[in-house]
Design a protein around this ligand. Structure first.
Ligand SMILES: Cc1ncc(COP(=O)(O)O)c(C=O)c1O
Length: 387
């Protein structure tokens, strides 16, 4: 039996009656666009995040774009963000005509290295995007104090961190506005694209609600260069069902991560670091190893499917070649890109499946590395040995 990287069917089967009811409700009311499901979800998600407002939109990418538009980030402005995030963080910035300015990550949490932010600030810097990568909050106190000192905005990209905490407060409530994605594989995922902006600012909410609906003030009165980017009724109804389970599901992810920590503690692989002042929700469980590609293939042969988040740091993406970065500019992200591996982690994963993953790791032969130097242990080496 195959262990998929994500298995949404298993989740659906566990909550099928509630999901089916929610879908039927929307169809019966024909509330496909806007309507009570969207309003109710916005209220419930804002309450969940402990924020004043939520505006549902079509994707996390649009949530980020709309925040940039609401903050009037424009051509020539610079926005600081980590180089090892999903491309959408940067695309939101460059779609404004603004310049994404990359910063390397910490080598243990993979979140932005706050020690390296200030050297990138110029008179054109308008904002810092704090990405809570893999489900763990970035170091918000440092980011907020840098931003305050330089009078620039902080935006949170919480697309991978639904329900995570930083110092007893949910992510999404530290910045002027925060973006969430409800892409199906997220900790809170829809059955299609979806996203939201969370904020305590009434003006930003009002502006985003106009932008998502053709920039209209009222029907056929258009005051903004908006677009069509709404969270639809079916997705909102599905998300309302799933939101009730989010904390319990996040707790299961944490337990699963604890199993991985326990299973791998004797092996010479680098395990993800969780800072003591944060509650990691393990959207991804990312390990680091120097023979990643072989391990990936080995696991695949065993029917265990993994991912890589992300194989190419943003400064090496063709779309950003014009920014003039070069190899060596972001050593931590560049090195980790060839070493990281994301293991299956989702609430429905069974104990026997985790055990199968654990056994496959043992079979791969990491233990041997206790008595071999790292450099001798590669696939080219005559010393290479696999369990
Ligand atoms: C960190 C991050 N930012 C932004 C996005 C974009 O979200 P969406 O796919 O909903 O547009 C994602 C989605 O994968 C993400 O992981």
């Amino acid at each position: 039996m195959q262990i998929n990287f994500v298995d949404l069917n298993k989740q659906y089967n566990l909550i099928k009656p509630e999901i089916d009811d929610a879908i039927q409700r929307v169809i019966k009311n024909s509330s496909f666009i806007g309507g009570e499901e969207v309003n109710a979800f916005e209220e419930e998600f804002a309450r969940y995040c402990d924020a004043n407002y939520c505006a549902g939109v079509n994707s996390g990418t649009d949530a980020l774009k709309f925040i940039c538009m609401a903050l009037e980030i424009k051509e020539g402005d610079e926005v600081i963000l980590p180089v090892n995030t999903f491309i959408a963080t940067a695309l939101a910035v460059s779609s404004m005509g603004a310049i994404p300015v990359f910063v390397d990550c910490e080598d243990d949490t993979f979140n932005i290295d706050t020690e390296k932010i200030e050297e990138k600030i110029t008179s054109r810097t308008k904002a810092i995007i704090a990405v809570h990568l893999y489900g763990q909050s970035a170091e918000m106190d440092s980011i907020l104090s840098i931003a305050q000192r330089h009078k620039i905005y902080v935006i949170e990209d919480a697309c991978q961190a639904h329900g995570a905490f930083y110092k007893n407060r949910r992510v999404g409530t530290f910045a002027i506005a925060s973006a969430f994605s409800f892409y199906p594989g997220k900790n809170l995922g829809a059955y299609g694209d979806g996203g939201a902006v969370i904020t305590n600012d009434a003006c930003i909410t009002e502006k985003i609600k106009k932008l998502r609906e053709y920039g209209q003030e009222e029907k056929y009165v258009h005051t903004e260069r908006g677009t069509n980017s709404r969270l639809d009724g079916l997705q909102a109804a599905i998300l309302r069902v799933k939101l009730k389970y989010l904390d319990a599901w996040n707790e299961k992810r944490k337990n699963m991560a604890a199993c991985y920590y326990d299973s791998f503690k004797e092996l010479q692989i680098k395990l993800p670091e969780t800072r003591a002042d944060r509650n990691h929700v393990f959207h991804l469980f990312v390990i680091e190893t120097d023979n990643r590609d072989e391990l990936l293939q080995f696991l695949k042969q065993k029917g265990i499917y993994c991912g890589i988040h992300y194989p190419v740091p943003l400064h090496f993406q063709g779309v950003y070649s014009e920014l003039g970065y070069k190899a060596g500019d972001f050593p931590v992200s560049e090195t980790s890109a060839s070493r990281i591996l994301s293991l299956p982690i989702y609430p429905e994963l069974k104990e026997e499946e985790i055990n199968r993953i654990k056994n496959a790791f043992n079979e791969f032969g990491f233990n041997k590395r206790h008595w071999r130097s790292l450099s001798a242990f590669d696939s080219q080496s005559p010393f290479f040995c696999r369990g």
